[in-house]
Structure formats: C-alpha cells, structure tokens
Ligand binder design. Structure first.
Ligand SMILES: Cc1cc2nc3c(=O)[nH]c(=O)nc-3n(C[C@H](O)[C@H](O)[C@H](O)COP(=O)(O)OP(=O)(O)OC[C@H]3O[C@@H](n4cnc5c(N)ncnc54)[C@H](O)[C@@H]3O)c2cc1C
Length: 463
C-alpha cells in the first residue's frame, strides 16, 4: 500500500493544493510510471468492509495488474493493542474467518486476541424454551469474537504490503457522477477539490451511503424502537467461557459474547426509554440491572408452562431428550465502557448499476440480534471478488453490468433470506401475547431436538 499523503509529504506537495494532480508525476517516482488519477477500481469507504474488500481484490492474482484506490474520510490512526478491551466487537462466522485467513489477516488477530464461541444458547424470558447450537451440530466453532479496531488493524497490516492498492485517508468524497449509456467511466470529486475516475466504483460507505444515493436506487429502511447498549463485562470468577448467551426479554434481546475466561462483551438491545435509564445509572446499578435481566423470572402464563411441560414429556417418551444442554449464564461483577448505538433495518433494491456496486452496510443493514451484519458484508466481498475474476477472465470491463448482475442476484438471494429470518425473529420476540409466546416456545423447543434443522441453520449462517 502506498499512502498518497505520505508521497505528498516526501515531495513537499500539499494534497489539498489544486495543483496536486499536475505535480503528481514528481511525487510518484515511487509508484508505477502510469500513475494518474484514473483507477480501475475505486472503493469509497474504508470501514471493516471497505478495507477487507480492498485487501481481497488486491490479493486476487487475476486483478494483479489493476490499480485500486481506497478512499476513507477518517484518520489512519496507528494501532497498538491496549490492555483494556474495546466495547465494540463483532461476532464473525467461520465463513468470514476463512476469508480473513485467505487474505492473511487472521494471523494478526490470532497473535493478538479473540474470543471463541463453541456454543450458542438462546433462551426466552417468558417461557422455559431454549435452543443450543454447538458441538452436536457442527465440528467447527460457532463464531469468533473480535474487537472492531483489531479487525481493521489486521486487515490494514496486509493492505500495507500490497503494491496495487493505494489508500487515501482523511479525504471525503463529495460527489459522484455515474456513467450514462454513452459513458464508460465513473467520476468522483473530493471535498478538497481533487477529482478521480475509475471503471468500477464500489460503495462501502456504510448505512448513509452517498454512492447508493447517487445510484438513485430505492432503499427500504426503518429505525427500530430499540437501541443497542454495548459494554465490556467482568465476571466474579474465572470460567470456561466459550458460550455466547442470548436472552430474549420483553424489551429486546440481550447477548453476552465471550472474550476471555473472566470477560465477555455485552450487546443489549432495549427500548429507547429503558436505554436512557440504563445509561443514567452508576456502574454498580447497571450491573444489578444486568444481572436481573439475565436471571429475572418473569410472570408467565400457566398455559405456556403446562403445554411446554407436556411437550417435553412427549419428547422424552419418544426418546428425544430435550433440554439436555441447558447451562446458566455467569454472574456479572463489574462493567466498563458503556455506549449506545441506534439500530435499524435497511435494504437497497439494487446493489449494482453500470460501473458501480454496493457492498456491506451501504447495501443492507440488520438488527444485531443474530450477529450477522458484517458477516453479510464479507459474503458480498467473496462473491464480488469471484464475479470480477470471471469478468477479467472473459475479457470484459470491470464495470460491465452483465457480470455485476451475477453479484447482485447471488447476494440478494442470500441477504434477503437472512434479513427476513432476523426480522422475523425480532418481531416474534417483541410480543408477550400468550398464543405467540406459546407458538415460538414450541417451535424453539422442537427445533432444539431436531438436529438436521439446527445443522442446516448453522450451515446457512456460516456462509
Ligand atoms: C451494536 C452493534 C453490534 C453489532 N454486532 C455485530 C456482530 O456481532 N456481528 C456482525 O456481523 N455485525 C455486527 N454489527 C454490524 C456491523 O458492525 C456492521 O455491519 C459493520 O460495521 C458495517 O461495516 P461497513 O464497513 O459496511 O460500514 P461502516 O463501518 O459504516 O464503514 C463505512 C466507512 O465509510 C467511510 N465513509 C462514509 N462516507 C464517506 C465518504 N463520503 N468519503 C470517504 N469515506 C466515507 C466512513 O468513514 C466509514 O469508515 C453490529 C452493529 C451494531 C450497531
């Protein structure tokens, strides 16, 4: 990776200077001779998805002679692993871990730190129903818990080694001109006046994507009445901490994601009013509220309890033992770094256009209850990487819609399915209406003992 800012510094040119592009030949002695502001691919936005996409494309042999530029508006802050864990983590599925291994980024995470989820236990606060995913459904770990800043650092470490990828930090893209039928290039303008063009623009600019706006595609979206509270939790004792716990409360789902033998990360989705109260509490009061949320026995309907017991007896009589694997969450002792995040749903009706594609949160945004948001983005990366290889192999231009359409249809098929399941779960668990609680509890209990279905669910979520 060659940072333009760095090159400018060496050549004593201010990048904001309007003559920058005239003088770039002086500054580009360390770059290839055809250096210009025209690239094959420009990636707008260098968050987790944009950086990982740049690295994946940069390492693709079929694209090795293509010039790729990544533009990110935030600073390239140097990273050293702090003793304290960050409160922003993501749960990465085995498919995402494989992609990170393929681009050599996983080794940097491995030599730093991460949590392993061997088992996921989901419970309903309004009944005794529970479901468990783990060793019995897959030989793989369920997921891996990584701090967001460590993940970006690991990918950037590999990005730095690539000669065909350049990165511009602290530069915001102001405007996009997408090609009409007669044109073949995308043009874009930076806030500092700089102009670039490319064959393919990839929008990885997050949920408020300006690339998506420029494409003029429809975007189905809404905000949830839920907000997400995150924090790092410490237990009163060391445990074999390899279980991710999720409890669906009447106010929203609460999840503990393992980090170390005595620490987990909290993602607590709750109503805005409740979040306000929780964030106004002292640390001690918050810990009490959290322990109560994990353990509280809510008032339950007799009908639900009796029907579930009868169902359990039926399963046992049929020699299908239910509830064998239920474990109980640890007691929380202290917390650190509380913060809140808005939660919403969003989906672009189109992910592509001539010379342009959307990837990650720019294309889709979901509730974090299933920990799938960024994993969907990594699935997009894998698919787009393959589609662009096919385009090169066929001698086509990178912005050719007929190839990009393969990316769109494959990813929409998968993403829409996953988003519908997550949205369905969110709605199903938002109510305390007895018939619905009864139905979802029976469904959960039945699925828990029916391994082929569980296995299928795990496989689908791991792609
Ligand atoms: C509380 C919470 C918990 C979550 N937990 C999980 C989880 O467990 N597992 C999971 O898979 N997902 C999870 N997610 C979702 C996940 O965090 C997101 O899907 C992911 O961070 C999106 O990454 P992205 O790179 O697509 O977008 P972003 O992170 O939004 O990155 C976009 C980037 O584009 C840059 N940018 C924007 N506009 C411009 C511009 N005009 N010019 C230049 N740069 C620009 C921004 O600076 C930013 O760096 C969670 C989300 C929340 C809120």
């Amino acid at each position: 990776m060659t940072s333009l800012k760095h090159i400018c510094k060496q050549a004593f040119i201010k990048p904001n200077n309007k003559h920058f592009f005239l003088k770039r030949n002086i500054a580009s002695t360390t770059l290839n001779e055809n250096y210009s502001n025209n690239y094959d691919i420009i990636i707008a936005g260098g968050g987790i998805v944009g950086c990982s996409l740049a690295c994946t494309l940069g390492k693709n042999n079929k694209l090795s002679n293509k010039r790729i530029l990544l533009i990110e508006s935030s600073k390239n802050t140097p990273f050293t692993l702090p003793e304290k864990y960050s409160n922003r983590v993501v749960s990465l599925n085995p498919g995402t871990k494989k992609l990170l291994t393929d681009i050599d980024a996983w080794r940097h995470i491995e030599s730093a730190r991460f949590g392993i989820v061997k088992r996921l236990q989901v419970t309903d606060a309004l009944s005794d129903a529970s479901i468990c995913f783990g060793e019995e459904t897959s030989s793989e770990n369920v997921s891996y818990i990584i701090e967001n800043n460590l993940l970006i650092y690991a990918v950037k470490k590999e990005l730095e080694r690539l000669k065909n990828v350049e990165v511009l930090y602290e530069e915001k893209i102001k405007e996009y001109h997408l090609p009409d039928a007669a044109e073949s290039h995308v043009n874009l303008h930076l806030e500092n006046g700089g102009q670039y063009s490319c064959d393919l623009l990839i929008g990885c600019d997050g949920l408020n994507s300006r690339v998506r706006e420029a494409m003029g595609v429809q975007y189905l979206n809404w905000n949830y009445n839920n907000v997400g509270i995150v924090a790092t939790l410490k237990f009163s004792e060391e445990i074999n901490n390899c279980i991710a716990w999720q409890r669906f409360l009447p106010t929203g789902p609460l999840a503990l994601l393992p980090l170390t033998s005595s620490m987990s990360s909290l993602v607590w989705a709750t109503t805005k009013e409740h979040a306000q109260q929780l964030l106004g509490m002292s640390n001690e009061q918050f810990v009490d509220a959290l322990n109560e949320a994990l353990w509280k026995v809510y008032q339950r309907s007799n009908i639900i309890d009796r029907t579930l017991k009868a169902f359990d007896t039926l399963l046992r009589a049929s020699n299908i033992p239910a509830d064998l694997h239920r474990r109980y969450p640890p007691k929380i002792d202290s917390i650190d770094g509380r913060a809140r995040f808005p939660l919403g749903f969003g989906h672009a009706t189109n992910y592509i256009g001539k010379g342009v594609a959307l990837v990650g949160d720019a294309a889709h945004r979901i509730h974090p209850l299933a920990g799938q948001g960024v994993n969907l983005g990594f699935g997009d990366i894998s698919c787009l990487n393959k589609v662009l290889s096919d385009a090169i192999y066929a001698g086509s231009s990178l912005g050719n819609v007929s190839f990009l359409r393969d990316y769109e249809s494959e990813r929409q098929k998968y993403n829409v399915g996953m988003m519908a399941v997550v949205e369905g779960m969110y709605r199903l668990y938002r109510t305390d209406f007895t018939p619905i609680v009864l139905l979802r509890s029976l469904g959960l209990q039945a699925t828990d003992v029916f391994y082929p279905i569980k296995k299928m669910m795990v496989n689908q979520a791991s792609l």
